[in-house]
Design a protein around this ligand. Structure first.
Ligand code: SF4
Ligand code: SF4
Length: 302
């Protein structure tokens, strides 16, 4: 008989650093395009699991020593390999007991219909703009859960002012996966503490001015500066954007980018290869998260 205790033990044995179980009722009223009930109508709960991103990956970027490893190891490897093997093992455990396990990895390169944001970590993202519901009353596929909100409902993390998950142990240095299941399990209370105190340090730290306390993260602006279109990128030399009329404004983070202008300039922000994974090397050092982690540590919240 699979109990919450056994599920948590197995999740840790298979590699999760954090595990919590959220009541499906906690998702009531959420955007139908992101509702786990839409994925599994008789779901009883959502199992959330977190994987730490090693701190030293951020430290080596901060020291200007090494940039390529962060996205490859701290993003791609966790989302594409570690998580997938983990989810398949957990799914088998649940399905062997006769229940359904709908495995939810981070669908990094897709956006639900109507979501015009992007994921700065990838070469580009695709909005499911052509998707139509298969029957009246259904939502257009694919349903993509809101991971930071799901982490909160599973009792694992706060959602920061810029929309990312912050956990009590790892701060923003963590990535999540979820399992929507009809296996009846004892659930955990949602995360109710406020770790993000709106200090604004992430706003100040971003070289592209992509974070605002009022409107959160501008993902297209972030995508341009994540790739390194700023003066503090050690790979920038005098040839970068040499003929561009807005060169200075861009390097100073003073130029605003939307989807079209970001995509137009992507080919010129080409400092480290995206091949073969199509994940963008992080040349901003993820400073927003680095200062956030340090701030939370200093406050004794981690
Ligand atoms: S640095 Fe962290 S705690 Fe401070 S406002 Fe940004 S997300 Fe919130
Ligand atoms: S510091 Fe980097 S990851 Fe953070 S918001 Fe700015 S560009 Fe994006």
């Amino acid at each position: 008989m699979l109990t919450a205790k056994l599920i948590k033990e197995k999740a840790r044995e298979y590699g999760a650093d954090l595990v919590g179980i959220g009541d499906i009722a906690g998702f009531a009223g959420c955007d139908p395009r992101r509702d786990p009930k839409g994925i599994l109508p008789d779901a009883s709960c959502v199992i959330g699991c977190g994987f730490r991103v090693p701190r030293a990956l951020y430290k080596t970027m901060e020291r200007g020593i090494q940039f390529f490893n962060y996205t490859q190891l701290g993003v791609k490897l966790i989302d594409e390999e570690l998580s997938e093997v983990f989810l398949l093992k957990m799914g088998a455990l649940i399905e062997n007991e006769g229940y359904d396990a709908c495995l939810q990895r981070n669908v990094s390169n897709l956006r639900v219909k109507g979501d015009h944001t992007t994921n700065p970590e990838l070469c580009d993202t695709y909005e499911l703009a052509l998707a139509e519901p298969v029957a009246p009353g259904k939502v257009a596929p694919d349903i993509i859960m809101d991971f930071p909100q799901a982490a909160r409902i599973c009792g694992l993390a706060d959602v920061s002012c810029k929309g990312n998950a912050i956990s009590p142990v790892f701060g923003p240095f963590v990535r999540f996966v979820f399992i929507v299941t009809n296996l009846p399990l004892k659930t955990d209370p949602p995360f109710s503490r406020h770790l993000c105190d709106h200090c604004g340090e992430c706003v100040q730290a971003c070289p592209g001015h992509a974070v605002s306390m009022e409107s959160g993260l501008d993902t297209w602006q972030c995508a341009v500066y994540y790739r390194g279109a700023h003066k503090s990128n050690p790979f920038v030399n005098e040839d970068f954007l040499k003929e561009h009329p807005d060169r200075e404004a861009i390097l100073n983070g003073a130029r605003h980018f939307d989807a079209a202008s970001a995509r137009a300039i992507y080919p010129q922000i080409d400092f480290l290869p995206m091949r073969p994974t199509k994940y963008a090397p992080c040349l901003c050092g993820k400073r927003c998260d680095v200062v956030c982690y340090r701030h939370l540590k200093e406050k004794g919240l981690l």
